[in-house]
Design a protein around this ligand. Structure first.
Ligand code: B12
Ligand code: SF4
Length: 470
């Protein structure tokens, strides 16, 4: 059947992100024999006009929405994307009589919330490839959508099926590579974006607030390194693109797999550069050098916190010794790195925030430390229980509407006090800096100059932002 697959995400902070998930769903649908017309609203100036034109230009048997983000997860400047998608769905209902299918990570973090509000024909929870193809197969055959693993069918105003993600595909090598050919990557790269690539799915760790294991599964499913690098090689050689981002939850774990990817990249001698999210687990000198030799030009360490007390409270899978080793290894290998911190976890005080800072002061210095505060609460996470127990969130709160956990000890003058801590160190930066229009403008200019992201090229990024873009 012919399906119109619409990538709905229009967020452009920190930069526009290419719709990798929707490209995966598109590839699976094509390999199941369906015809896919891909409409990426991320780069168009008038999304509603573009959608109306696409619907009028062809006869489709189904329309599917890829919903990457539900909200921006920022307690200090919260933003929901729901209204944008609701308007698009209204337009589809007005101009198209056939079925509407929803999917994507923004959908999967709160599937029942979307189903209740938009009443699509069905929604695919979690991994999309198999379930989406099966939905299209059934629609083509005129069969019911009930009973498909990972699919909530919602016809006739009632929903059936579980909101649990679909059973994960065991061997990722069986899936077709993402349909990169459908994406206007050059436009993304020009605006600071990257080509996204996955080396695996899943995360076995159990950090108190994190929903990634629910989205991708709790067990690693590794892609063969040769297949990952071949995917990169095709994009790099056919479209002459150089800038990649490994979108794994944690690139460097399991360590052997990360090493194998780096070695394969080196062996193929591709002229590419890439960065990735890492955590300190098993991140050592050998890995750091290998990453560098494989083309890595920047590491984003998701530490969240670095005080012993809060590492335990958030159930992080690493401690201070691993953190020290990892940061030193990155520095010694010549890899610029940024650190992401998330304050406000259970029991955290300003003294704990300062402990994190003084511990990091004694480690290899990051180019940038991005410190934020307030933890987005997701259904089914340990922090959701804590938030209810402490009365921060009502037990029946619909978490489609973002709620944030914040340690009561940090509740007063939060942003001002975080800013004060931040200003003590040149590399630290906090929401008080990023919210300035002039900073956002400065970032746009640096993208035009191909200095992207800025922090890779600037040591003491926070001080720079406060000094040069006051
Ligand atoms: C890597 C990443 C980033 C990187 C992206 C780097 C890059 N160049 O691509 C960076 C750091 C830039 C980033 C930024 C943001 N991110 Co982010 N990011 C991720 C991460 C870790 C992986 C995303 C990814 O590409 N996965 C790989 C693809 C293949 O998986 P997928 O998109 O889920 O697609 C699968 C299914 O969802 C489904 N599917 C997808 N589309 C469709 C369509 C249809 C029709 C169907 C049926 C199925 C389907 O099938 C796909 C294949 O199985 C996820 C967390 C996670 N583990 O999922 C968060 C995540 C997607 N991000 C999230 C958010 C909120 C953001 C930001 C808004 C944060 C912020 N305030 O800056 C920004 C938005 C940026 C933007 N412009 O859109 C949230 C979204 C949930 C929510 N609350 O809305 C997530 C889930 C993390 C979280 N906090 O919970 N992000
Ligand atoms: S924060 Fe990172 S390491 Fe922890 S569970 Fe989430 S993805 Fe895994």
């Amino acid at each position: 059947m012919k399906v119109l697959l619409v990538a709905t995400n229009r967020e452009n902070s920190p930069y526009p992100v290419a719709p990798l998930g929707a490209l995966c769903a598109a590839a699976a649908a094509r390999s199941a024999g369906h015809e896919v017309k891909f409409l990426d609203l991320g780069l168009v100036s008038a999304p509603e006009r573009a959608l109306r034109a696409a619907l009028a230009a062809d006869e489709f048997q189904a329309v599917a929405f890829g919903i990457r983000n539900l909200d921006n997860c920022w307690s200090f400047a919260p933003r929901s994307y729901f209204e944008e998608v609701r308007e698009l769905a209204g337009l589809v209902r007005q101009h198209f009589p056939g079925p509407l299918i929803l999917g994507g990570s923004g959908f999967s973090v709160s599937p029942q919330g979307w189903i209740r509000r938009l009443q699509p024909d069905c929604g695919v929870v979690g991994e999309g490839e198999r379930a989406f193809s099966e939905v299209l197969n059934r629609l083509e055959a005129g069969m019911s959508l009930e009973g498909i693993d990972g699919v909530i069918s919602a016809g006739n105003g009632r929903s059936s099926g579980s909101a649990l993600p679909s059973k994960a595909v065991e061997r990722l090598a069986e899936l077709p590579p993402p349909a990169h050919d459908l994406c206007a990557y050059r436009c993304y790269l020009r605006r600071g974006g990257f080509v996204g690539v996955q080396t695996k799915r899943g995360c076995p760790f159990k950090c108190a607030y994190c929903i990634y294991p629910q989205l991708e599964g709790r067990r690693y499913r590794l892609r063969p390194p040769e297949a990952v690098v071949q995917e990169i090689a095709v994009v790099a050689t056919e479209w002459k693109l150089r800038d990649f981002f490994f979108v794994d939850s944690v690139f460097n774990h399991p360590r052997d797999h990360a090493l194998a990817i780096c070695r394969e990249l080196r062996r193929r001698r591709l002229r590419v550069r890439w960065s990735a999210f890492c955590n300190p687990t098993g991140f050592d000198a050998e890995l750091a050098y290998s990453m560098r030799e494989g083309g890595c030009d920047g590491v984003e360490f998701g530490l969240d916190v670095a005080s012993d007390k809060m590492l335990a409270a958030l159930n992080k899978p690493f401690g201070q010794p691993e953190t020290r080793t990892a940061l030193q290894a990155a520095r010694d290998a010549g890899l610029p790195f940024a650190i992401y911190l998330l304050f406000g976890g259970p029991g955290e005080t300003w003294a704990d925030v300062e402990d994190t800072q003084s511990f990091l002061n004694g480690c290899a210095t990051a180019n940038a430390v991005f410190a934020t505060v307030g933890i987005r609460v997701y259904e089914g996470t340990p922090i959701a229980r804590t938030a209810v127990d402490e009365g921060q969130v009502k037990a029946d709160h619909d978490l489609f509407e973002p709620a944030y956990y914040l340690s009561p000890y940090l509740a007063e003058d939060t942003e001002k006090r975080l800013d004060r801590v931040t200003r003590r160190r040149a590399e630290w930066t906090s929401p008080a800096d990023w919210r300035k229009t002039v900073v956002r403008y400065g970032q746009k200019v640096s993208v035009l100059l191909n200095v992207r992201p800025q922090w890779k090229y600037i040591r003491g990024y926070g001080g720079y932002v406060r000094r040069v873009l006051p």
